[in-house]
Design a protein around this ligand. Structure first.
Ligand SMILES: *[C@@H]1O[C@H](CO)[C@@H](O)[C@H](O)[C@H]1NC(C)=O
Ligand SMILES: *[C@@H]1O[C@H](CO)[C@@H](O)[C@H](O)[C@H]1NC(C)=O
Ligand SMILES: *[C@@H]1O[C@H](CO)[C@@H](O)[C@H](O)[C@H]1NC(C)=O
Ligand SMILES: *[C@@H]1O[C@H](CO)[C@@H](O)[C@H](O)[C@H]1NC(C)=O
Ligand SMILES: *[C@@H]1O[C@H](CO)[C@@H](O)[C@H](O)[C@H]1NC(C)=O
Ligand SMILES: *[C@@H]1O[C@H](CO)[C@@H](O)[C@H](O)[C@H]1NC(C)=O
Ligand SMILES: *[C@@H]1O[C@H](CO)[C@@H](O)[C@H](O)[C@H]1NC(C)=O
Ligand SMILES: *[C@@H]1O[C@H](CO)[C@@H](O)[C@H](O)[C@H]1NC(C)=O
Ligand SMILES: *[C@@H]1O[C@H](CO)[C@@H](O)[C@H](O)[C@H]1NC(C)=O
Ligand SMILES: *[C@@H]1O[C@H](CO)[C@@H](O)[C@H](O)[C@H]1NC(C)=O
Ligand SMILES: *[C@@H]1O[C@H](CO)[C@@H](O)[C@H](O)[C@H]1NC(C)=O
Ligand SMILES: [Cu+2]
Length: 577
């Protein structure tokens, strides 16, 4: 941690003055970048107006979405987070492996105690082989609804992209907007469970777009020049939704996901699960006499219509700058698949393959040391006053029938300091009961779950395979996210995973390297990774209501034998519980 410059208190108040004086729209992001690799993130309550109402939300530097972090492959970046809000918060650098450096990963009570109001904490973000788009977000309560932003990782100076360099980068952050306070949403989710407020709109860069009342003025606009190629860095920051995204009149060439390159393929729309990123090239190649404005649009992908979703379409506008300005909105919306178009989503996901060239090789493990089969369920826990999945219960969620309970002090510190009683190292490798996981209408007794703070401990360097098995309990696609690693998503299918047949269908040649895999509703997905990153790493569904219901576990990867295969020592600046 040596060498982190301290910001003088007077300078901080100056920064806060800028936030208050300029408000959301005019805040210059550069003001918060003290040096190329050093940012100040001031958490503040900020008033914004959406859907005809003013509302107070938590922001970074008064911006929603928050500022973009720029880095090059292999950089180290410092972000000093000053908590000027009224509640505890932590930030997470989603998709950054942080080799040997779990201290700065961020999830509350997993790798750190929260940053309390009035306090500050400097994250040291260590990039390694990631190249592409990642993102950062709050990892406490439901704060990430508004506390999130893009991370753009370019190739090292002097290195080239594996495609012609795009003219400009355009972060496209897909999100959701709630008219209710997200703290209220969290309370509802924990108390009533099923009867939560669904989002009032999907958003593109914080804006619902032209199709919503009082929203046209704020609609996100992308100026483009004819003949140029743009890199859309699409991020799904939504709390509850997978999304389809498309641009009218233009195809999209997908070249990366989750900070790793893909074999390019061209599509009319993409499907992006919650937590994922997709890098897509857009060629501004409309005919000279064609329309000059085109809608970009995003809409939910969901398969279980019993679970309410907001079925509305968020829009942004692509505007050709060399065309005569035309009054009025674009002529047409792009063709988006229907909300429940499972075939479209499955076909898209099947096309993701690693680039796998000499410059960007793959190293897919062929031998497995730790084999895990992990069922994913939405469950019930007794609660006299609740009307959850059945009356007298509240909603919960589990992996292998363990509903994760977050401890009151962080697991990383307990592990590092050998404090007993915080967690148990016995997360099961197999479901405790084999039944027809995907058959509809499961028996009521299957609805209940155990609770615990159970973690999976693995040796340094072990190859871990996890097959996530969706069940009819909570039959929806679950975006499973692993901290600390980019894994290979080697297989995916429907029904119950068959250990004798399905491994033969794995792609061990060029599977996509991701940090979030979409486990299909009523199906399974298999991932593999080498546990060469010692530390404590959270794994959870990226639908936040499932996270808080307990659809989580933790990997503890033990130290290796040499100093460079061991966790870095505990920084003295860690917040205290
Ligand atoms: C912010 O919004 C809240 C709730 O709408 C309102 O009560 C408050 O006066 C606003 N504050 C400012 C500074 O506009
Ligand atoms: C950040 O916190 C440290 C204590 O952890 C304190 O010494 C320092 O003054 C704080 N800096 C700012 C700008 O608040
Ligand atoms: C949903 O939001 C409305 C206000 O828009 C509120 O009256 C209602 O109680 C909320 N319901 C739940 C379950 O949170
Ligand atoms: C989605 O949100 C919009 C805007 O608040 C609302 O008009 C619409 O009814 C919602 N859709 C659904 C299906 O709830
Ligand atoms: C998009 O790709 C399809 C299939 O290759 C092609 O038929 C279509 O013309 C393309 N559309 C545009 C706008 O380029
Ligand atoms: C644009 O020009 C092409 C060729 O010059 C012509 O075929 C096409 O009909 C024109 N389109 C419009 C919308 O005017
Ligand atoms: C969503 O809207 C489409 C068309 O507007 C409709 O066909 C579909 O049934 C709706 N789905 C839900 C879940 O409301
Ligand atoms: C749930 O149980 C409570 C208390 O027994 C009762 O008041 C309520 O009406 C029940 N709700 C339903 C949906 O059955
Ligand atoms: C599981 O249930 C599904 C759906 O009811 C059925 O098609 C399938 O045959 C069952 N599998 C087994 C092994 O019983
Ligand atoms: C999960 O655990 C609960 C509580 O012990 C038990 O009632 C239930 O049958 C178990 N379910 C499965 C699928 O193992
Ligand atoms: C904030 O964090 C501190 C330290 O872990 C904890 O003692 C306190 O209860 C937290 N506050 C809330 C409201 O959760
Ligand atoms: Cu989930």
């Amino acid at each position: 941690m040596g060498g982190v410059a301290k910001i003088p208190a007077a300078a901080l108040w100056l920064l806060l003055g800028v936030v208050v004086a300029l408000g959301v729209a005019a805040t210059p992001a550069q003001a918060f970048r003290r040096k190329a690799n050093h940012y100040d993130f001031v958490i503040t309550e900020t008033n914004v107006t959406r859907l005809c109402q003013e509302k107070t939300i938590l922001t970074v530097n008064g911006q929603f979405p928050g500022p973009t972090i720029h880095a090059r492959q292999g950089d180290v970046v410092f972000v000093n987070v000053h908590n000027r809000g009224r509640k505890n918060i932590t930030l997470h650098w989603h998709g950054v492996d942080q080799p040997r450096n779990p201290w700065f990963d961020g999830p509350e009570f997993i790798t750190q105690c929260p940053i309390q109001p009035g306090a500050n904490f400097t994250y040291r973000i260590v990039f390694s082989n990631e190249e592409g788009t990642l993102w950062w977000h709050a990892h406490s309560d439901f704060d990430r609804a508004t506390v999130h932003g893009a991370i753009v990782v370019r190739p090292k100076l002097g290195s080239a992209y594996p495609y012609p360099e795009p003219h400009r980068d355009i972060p496209i952050i897909l999100g959701e907007w709630w008219n209710v306070n997200v703290e209220h949403l969290l309370e509802e989710t924990m108390r009533a469970g099923g009867d939560f407020n669904i989002s009032d709109a999907n958003t593109i860069n914080g804006q619902p777009g032209d199709l919503f009342p009082c929203s046209r003025k704020g609609t996100f606009r992308v100026p483009v020049e004819r003949g140029r190629t743009y890199m859309l860095r699409v991020i799904n920051a939504g709390l509850t939704n997978d999304m389809f995204f498309a641009v009218a009149g233009h195809n999209l060439t997908v070249v990366g996901s989750d900070g790793h390159y893909l074999k390019p393929f061209t599509v009319g729309h993409i499907m992006i699960a919650a937590g994922q990123t997709m890098n897509v090239l857009l060629h501004a190649d409309r005919a000279a006499n064609a329309s000059s404005r085109y809608y970009m649009a995003a809409r939910t992908f969901a398969t279980n219509m019993q679970i309410p979703v907001n079925n509305s379409t968020a829009t942004a506008v692509l505007e050709y700058s060399d065309a005569p300005p035309s009054a009025g909105p674009p002529a047409a919306l792009p063709d988006l698949p229907a909300v429940d178009d499972l075939a479209a989503a499955t076909a898209y996901t099947a096309r993701l393959r690693s680039l796998a060239t000499d410059g960007h090789p793959v190293d897919v493990p062929t031998r497995v040391d730790e084999r895990m089969l992990v069922t994913i369920s939405v469950n019930a826990l007794p609660c006299a006053t609740c009307e959850g999945p059945i009356n007298g219960t509240r909603f919960a969620a589990s992996l292998n029938n363990v509903s994760f309970v977050a401890p009151a002090v962080d697991i990383l510190d307990a592990y590092y300091s050998s404090v007993r009683g915080v967690y148990e190292p016995d997360f099961p490798d197999r479901p405790p009961l084999f039944y027809n996981f995907t058959a509809p209408d499961p028996a009521d007794e299957l609805l209940f779950t155990k609770r615990g703070t159970k973690v999976k401990v693995v040796e340094y360097g072990a190859v871990v395979e996890v097959v996530f098995q969706g069940t009819a309990l909570g039959a929806e696609p679950h975006p499973m996210h692993l901290h600390g690693f980019a894994f290979y998503a080697v297989g995916r299918g429907f029904g119950n995973f068959d250990e004798s047949k399905d491994p033969a269908t794995y792609n061990l040649v060029d599977p996509p390297r991701q940090n979030t895999v979409s486990v299909p509703a009523g199906g399974w997905a298999a991932i593999r990774f080498r546990a060469t990153n010692p530390g404590v790493w959270f794994m959870h569904c990226h639908f936040d209501r499932h996270t808080v219901w307990g659809m989580d576990t933790v990997f503890i990867v033990k130290n290796g034998k040499t100093p460079d295969t061991q966790m870095l020592p505990r920084p003295p600046t860690m917040p205290k519980c």
